[in-house]
Design a protein around this ligand. Structure first.
Ligand SMILES: [Zn+2]
Length: 131
């Protein structure tokens, strides 16, 4: 019995960089590890959109609000209106807070959190992201 089939060329993983010289205006693709232009938005090798490190948790609106942050507040603290306060809708936040002893604000908060997640960044910026 000979079940040793080793001998073919080892597949090289994406973590082979380091050997090639990287110039200051180049970076590694966040997906395939290819050396690409720093300002490239889409990797020419694999076509994957590059995620800026600053915005790894989702895009921020012009006023610094995070869609994902608001959704998380709504999901976990929605019964206290946390996402409403976060988005600057203090009147609504107070209403949620007044009714936090009922189940309603919590349920509505979770629904609003889901709506925030599926909302496009542009819609979020238009509704909540203005300075
Ligand atoms: Zn790539």
């Amino acid at each position: 019995m000979n079940d040793s089939t080793a001998g073919g060329p080892e597949p090289s993983g994406p973590e082979v960089h380091g050997a090639e010289a990287r110039s200051p205006d180049q970076k590694y693709c966040s997906d395939c590890g290819a050396l690409i232009r720093v300002r490239a938005e889409i990797c020419p090798k694999c076509g994957v959109r590059q995620i800026p490190l600053m915005n790894a948790l989702g895009a921020l609106a012009p006023n610094g609000k995070s869609k994902l942050g608001a959704a998380l507040f709504g999901f976990f603290l929605g019964s206290f209106g946390a996402h409403k306060f976060y988005l600057g809708q203090n009147g609504w936040g107070l209403i949620y807070l007044l009714f936090c002893w009922t189940a309603i604000p919590g349920i509505v908060g979770i629904i609003e959190a889901i709506l925030l997640v599926v909302m496009s960044d542009e819609d979020f910026n238009r509704k909540h992201g203005m300075i």
